[in-house]
Each structure stands twice: as structure tokens, then as C-alpha cells.
Ligand binder design. Structure first.
Ligand code: SF4
Ligand code: SF4
Length: 330
């Protein structure tokens, strides 16, 4: 069944970058230490910040991110703390190196998903993007996690450098025992913003045909497949998640954003002030969310105007959806 996953208005999602350090330097990395800080947060601070989102009794979803979060020597303590606080689900995003024996220190009952990043179906393509040795490390990490009973997701960031191998992914996912497959679109953030990643973006026709086809093939294998909507159909409503959803993107320097496309700029709407979530002054990202433009997402128009095409009368040929709007085939 194919459905558009609209923003959950009643669930809080906490995307927590507990450090920005990483053992890799992927071509399209979106981490930007100048904006996000270079510190590794202590388990105590992380627990206090996590508590902010459960204080009202909700059960938020937690996604632990880096850099590479398994480089944090106390990631297991962070997972235990989040469980005690009542987080509804815990996902750890990893490049697959699984440092500090994290699989030994947590359990499948505590961690809902380990989410691995692989950007090619072959070693050559993946390692050209993510670095030598990455393919072996990541696929070995997936096998080990699955062997120990953990559920595994796989994230594939599609670009012109690896789209030719997307069709090889369904059998690989099945072989590895992956439970969920996320196709991502390359964005203009972090390091990728400085390397002309607009030229790496997949063109609209391909996005609208190949991506859903591959997702369907993956779903036919019993693996849930999700990909960003990106282009809205004329009859589809545009909504900005910054206005209607409850997402928080937290960085080690205390910045908290509601929109991931804003993360490269000091326009965060919230920050951690003595372990409390406090609003920032104007102008910030929320001033952009309510701007109504015919092209759809305001941040896309500011950051990626090359994604847009216009008719002779000056009106846009299509609208760009919020980057958080997904299609899911299960
Ligand atoms: S994309 Fe992820 S794994 Fe790659 S360098 Fe950036 S933080 Fe590390
Ligand atoms: S990506 Fe665009 S539509 Fe989505 S939250 Fe950000 S500004 Fe709003």
C-alpha cells in the first residue's frame, strides 16, 4: 500500500545530535561544526535535555545522531536514560562502524532500530562517496546487528553518483535482513553545500518514476520503503512541518531547530538555556514558515532555486513539498 506520510501533529520527534565528531568524511555530509558546535555532550546534560521533551507526559520518538553517535563513549547510558524517561521509540543512526561495542551494551528491547547509511549497492560506488572500507564496515555492522536480534533500517542518499545502483538495492536489502529502507534526497547543507551538490541532484522525471518503482520492489520483499515526496501534484496541499508538526533538531551547542533545512544558519527558533527550551529573538526560522509562496517550501526556494522551473507567465511549473513529507510503501 502506498501512502503519503503526513506530519504527525500529535507525536513529538526529537532528532538529537549528541556530538558532531565522525570517523568518516562523506562527500555529502551535512554536519557543520561551525554552526553546530564541536563538543561531545556529557550523558548528564543529554539526559537533562531529553527530559525537557517528556516533562509533559508524552512519549516522543528519539533519533540519536552525530557525527557518528556510536563514537560517544556513553551512548548506552543515553539509551538507558531515554528509556527510563519514557521515550516511545529509540533509533540510533550510524555509519555502521558501531564503536565502543554498542551492540553489547544495549539490547533489542531498548533500541527499536539501528539505522545504517549506505550510498551504493557496491563497494566501489559507496566507498567513492563515503570513504575506503566503508562498504565492508557497514554491511558487516548490519549483519552483526541483525544476527543479535536488532531491527535494522538502511538509508540511501540518492545522487547522480549512485542512482545507477539503486535498482540493485532490493536484493541486497533482503540478503542483509534489513527491515526498513529510506531513500533520501541529497541536500544543500553542510559540506555538500560547498561542493556544488545541486549538480548531484537527481532530475524531476527520474525522481518521479525510478524512485517509486524501486520502493515498490523493496516493499514487495516485505521491507517498508520510504522516500521524500519532493514534488507536489497540482491537487496536493502544501504544508510546512515547521507550522504543523512537532519536530526538534538539537545540536551540541544548544541550538534547536524546527526545520532541518535551516540548520546551516543561525536562525534556530529555540535553544537550550540552563536545561530549558527557550525561544530565540527575531528574526528566526519561524518567521519563514508562514510565508506563502507559489513555489511551496520557502527554504527550498532560498537554498535550492535550481530545483524550480517557471512557465512563460512566471508561475512555477510545480511546487516543492516540505522536506519532511514522505511517501511510504509497505
Ligand atoms: S554523513 Fe554521517 S557518517 Fe558521513 S561524515 Fe557525515 S556524520 Fe559522518
Ligand atoms: S523544509 Fe520548508 S516546508 Fe519544511 S519545515 Fe522547512 S521551511 Fe517548512
Amino acid at each position: 500500500m502506498r501512502k503519503t506520510v503526513s506530519f504527525s501533529r500529535h507525536t513529538t520527534n526529537v532528532f538529537f545530535h549528541i556530538l558532531t565528531r565522525c570517523n568518516l568524511s562523506c562527500r555529502h555530509c551535512y554536519i557543520n561544526p561551525a554552526q553546530h558546535g564541536e563538543q561531545t555532550l556529557s550523558p548528564d546534560i543529554i539526559a537533562r535535555w531529553l527530559e525537557v521533551f517528556t516533562a509533559s507526559g508524552g512519549k516522543p520518538n528519539l533519533i540519536l545522531l552525530g557525527g557518528e553517535p556510536t563514537l560517544h563513549p556513553h551512548l548506552d547510558q543515553v539509551v538507558h536514560a531515554a528509556r527510563s524517561l519514557g521515550y516511545g521509540s529509540i533509533t540510533i543512526d550510524t555509519n555502521g562502524y558501531l564503536f565502543h561495542g554498542i551492540l553489547d551494551k544495549t539490547s533489542p528491547e531498548e533500541v527499536d532500530y539501528f539505522s545504517f547509511s549506505l550510498d551504493g549497492a557496491t563497494k566501489d560506488t559507496n566507498d567513492a562517496i563515503r570513504g575506503n572500507g566503508c562498504y565492508e564496515a557497514c554491511t558487516a555492522g548490519i549483519r552483526e546487528a541483525v544476527h543479535r536480534g536488532y531491527a535494522a533500517s538502511l538509508i540511501y542518499t540518492v545522487s547522480r553518483d549512485n542512482i545507477h545502483e539503486l535498482t540493485q538495492m532490493p536484493p541486497l536489502l533482503e540478503k542483509l535482513g534489513v527491515n526498513r529502507f529510506f531513500i533520501q534526497v541529497i541536500g544543500l547543507r553542510g559540506q555538500s553545500a560547498g561542493m556544488n551538490s545541486a549538480s548531484l541532484q537527481v532530475e524531476r522525471g527520474t525522481w518521479k518514476t525510478l524512485i517509486p518503482d524501486v520502493a515498490r520492489q523493496v516493499a514487495d520483499l516485505g521491507i517498508a520503503a520510504t522516500y521524500p515526496k519532493v514534488f507536489l501534484e497540482p491537487d496536493e496541499q502544501f504544508e510546512c512541518a515547521g507550522l504543523v508538526a512537532d519536530n526538534y533538531f538539537i545540536f551540541p551547542n544548544g541550538r534547536v531547530y524546527r526545520c532541518p533545512l535551516c540548520e546551516d544558519y543561525p536562525i534556530h527558533s529555540l535553544f537550550m538555556d540552563h536545561d530549558k527550551l527557550s525561544p530565540t529573538g527575531k528574526i528566526n526560522e519561524t518567521d519563514l514558515f508562514s510565508l506563502q509562496i507559489p513555489e511551496g517550501c520557502v527554504m527550498n526556494k532560498l537554498l535550492q532555486p535550481g530545483n524550480l522551473l517557471y512557465k512563460d507567465d512566471g508561475s512555477p511549473e510545480y511546487r516543492i513539498a516540505c522536506c519532511m513529507l514522505k511517501e511510504e510503501i509497505s
